[in-house]
Design a protein around this ligand. Structure first.
Ligand code: NAD
Length: 468
């Protein structure tokens, strides 16, 4: 059994109680995380506050430390990837990509600087706009990308000069706990504290008066609770929330050419990506060909235990998500939908669900209207591009969208009518450290990544020097 300690003020800390962690490939408990007490949380916030002035003082040192943190992730690649696969379920190869991606993000932030902008320099005044780090920040992460969803907060925040109390998801706390243990050698005490527990710990943290910002990734329902908690003492928030991304295929696309991109845009990480294609709109003229190509890929993809190097897709990460996906697909089939591939759980232990393509549904079907966050893609025919755009936009979410076409100019024109924070031509989910990442409408507030992500961990200060 794996049991790791929390990191509070640079020290390993255990708790009187623990939270069990399942391996989704077996459905059995394989580790435990400490269940942080309210007093331990107070200590973590106090440590982050005490470390803040020293950490905020020297940007050049922070940039060096970010490089060291990246190096330590790379040096511990296999251990961290193994923990991700055990607690989250993704194939080892994908887990290694996640760890290396985190190191890449940290290196990127080490190359940035906080902006200073001179807006007036004349005989009357010298005026500049500078950025000041916010102070102790809560980073609340999620189980589909346990380390990525933490590093996209920690990296830019550390560059900006903030300190952290990080709370990973109760489903996937172990890789983050281990990362903080590894980093204890590098970081000054209190700069990154990691605490674990149930969702209740999230409520204590978001209500804590010592926290100045909440950087949150999770569901829209929880995001609204976080916003309410933040309002009490005007904490800043970044909310990366749910999505129901549409993919729109145009009639000049070649289904044989785009099927692979569409499939992985929907099924990567077993569909558990906020920006996965969650509903696909295809012109009537290309419908059967596209559906057949996707169904063939769904039947062929290797689903299994992530520790088997042949595995391309792992299980769903937890029983709750498995039940949700199974329920949405069953509901769609009861309403007259047809599973042209998959449509059922796999007959083995763990939270496995067969990659599923569903036709014969529309926006009245919960599988289409809600966020499934799993390996089940509804594919729908449309008659005109205007109709496809209207249907894609008829969602409370606004995270990402993609248009697939042989004519990229035409695709760009169609994308310009979609109400989302991110828009792709002939791909979906392509992310990079310099690209802003975030949604509009119910998909969130603010963005992560790039200089915009760094600025979100700062307050703006206008500095005016009179010269008259
Ligand atoms: P969730 O909202 O239940 O949990 C997310 C995190 O919030 C966890 O760490 C959890 O412990 C914590 N939490 C739960 N209740 C809380 C509360 N009241 N106050 C503070 N923290 C609380 O999310 P989930 O349903 O487990 O995760 C899936 C969702 O996350 C999907 O909707 C998905 O789209 C979304 N997601 C969004 C992004 C993005 O960047 N937009 C990325 C990944 C996942």
């Amino acid at each position: 059994m794996t049991t790791l300690s929390m990191t509070i003020n640079g020290q390993g800390v255990l708790s009187p109680e623990t939270v069990p962690v399942d391996n989704p490939a077996t459905g059995e408990v394989f580790g435990h995380a400490p269940k942080c007490t309210p007093e331990q949380l107070d200590s973590a916030v106090e440590a982050a506050a005490a470390a803040f002035p020293g950490w905020a003082a020297d940007q050049s040192r922070r940039r060096d430390v970010l490089m060291e943190l990246a190096g330590a992730m790379k040096a511990n690649l296999h251990e961290l990837a193994g923990l991700i696969t055990s607690e989250q379920g993704k194939p080892l190869d994908a887990a290694r990509i996640e760890v290396l991606g985190c190191a890449r993000w940290l290196r990127y932030y080490s190359s940035l600087e906080l902006p200073r902008e001179v807006i007036q320099d004349d005989e009357r005044a010298f005026v500049e706009v500078v950025r000041r780090p916010l102070g102790p920040t809560a980073a609340i992460s999620v189980w589909n990308f346990p380390l990525t969803s933490a590093i996209w907060k920690i990296g830019p925040g550390l560059l900006a000069g903030t300190t952290f109390v990080v709370k990973p998801s109760p489903y996937t706390p172990l890789a983050t706990l281990r990362l903080a243990e590894i980093w204890r050698e590098i970081l000054p005490p209190g700069v990154v504290n990691v605490v674990t527990g149930t969702d209740e710990l999230g409520t204590w943290l978001t209500q804590h008066a010592g926290i100045r910002k909440i950087a949150f990734t999770g569901s829209t329902a929880t995001g609204k609770k976080v916003a309410l908690a933040a309002a009490t003492d005007l904490k800043r928030v970044t909310l990366e929330l749910g999505g129901n991304d549409a993919g729109i295929v145009l009639d000049d696309a070649d289904p044989a050419k785009i099927a692979d991109g569409l499939f992985w845009g929907a099924f990567n990480n077993t569909g558990q990506i906020c920006t996965a294609i969650k509903r696909l709109y295809v012109p009537e003229s290309l419908f059967s060909e596209t559906v057949d190509a996707l169904a063939a890929l769904a039947e062929k993809v290797v689903v299994g235990d992530g520790t088997d190097e042949a595995t391309e897709l792992g299980p769903l990460t937890n029983a709750m998500q498995h039940a949700k996906v199974a329920g949405l697909v069953a509901g769609a089939l009861e309403r007259g939908g047809r599973a042209v591939a998959g449509g059922a759980s796999m007959d083995r232990p763990g939270y496995f669900y067969r990659p599923t393509i569903v036709t014969g549904v529309d926006e009245d079907t919960p599988l289409v209207a809600e966020e499934q966050f799993g390996p089940a893609l509804p594919v729908m025919a449309y008659r005109s591009v205007d109709e496809a755009v209207a249907r894609a936009n008829a969602s409370p979410y606004g995270l990402g969208a993609s248009v697939w076409s042989s004519d990229t100019e035409r695709a760009r024109e169609v994308l310009s009518h979609l109400s989302t924070g991110m828009a792709w031509v002939n791909s979906h989910v392509a992310v990079a450290p310099h690209q802003p990442f975030g949604g509009i409408k119910y998909s969130g507030i603010g963005v992560e990544n790039g200089p915009w992500g760094v600025e979100s961990f700062t307050d703006l200060q206008m500095v005016h020097e009179a010269r008259e």
